[in-house]
Design a protein. Structure first.
Length: 78
């Protein structure tokens, strides 16, 4: 690659260096809304999750934190 072409691409992000990549379209699954929301009746707890019991005080603290800061990490459903 020539030095002149390399300088034009630097500082413009990764796509400028290697080009755009094709991303697969999101796969809609049964029960999933167009905006990616899943009705709660489609969810079930993971039986391998060691966290099974939540105290009332812990849930109250979590609810207050979400009110103040929002959800910091997205909820993942598989």
């Amino acid at each position: 690659m020539s030095e002149d072409l390399s300088r034009k691409r630097l500082g413009r992000g990764l796509a400028a260096l290697i080009g755009e990549i094709d991303r697969p379209a999101a796969v809609e699954k049964p029960g999933m809304n167009a905006d990616g929301k899943v009705p709660i009746e489609f969810l079930s707890p993971n039986p391998k999750n060691p966290r099974r019991h939540f105290g009332d005080a812990d849930l109250t603290d979590l609810a207050q934190s979400i009110r103040e800061h929002g959800v910091v990490q997205p909820v993942v459903a598989r």
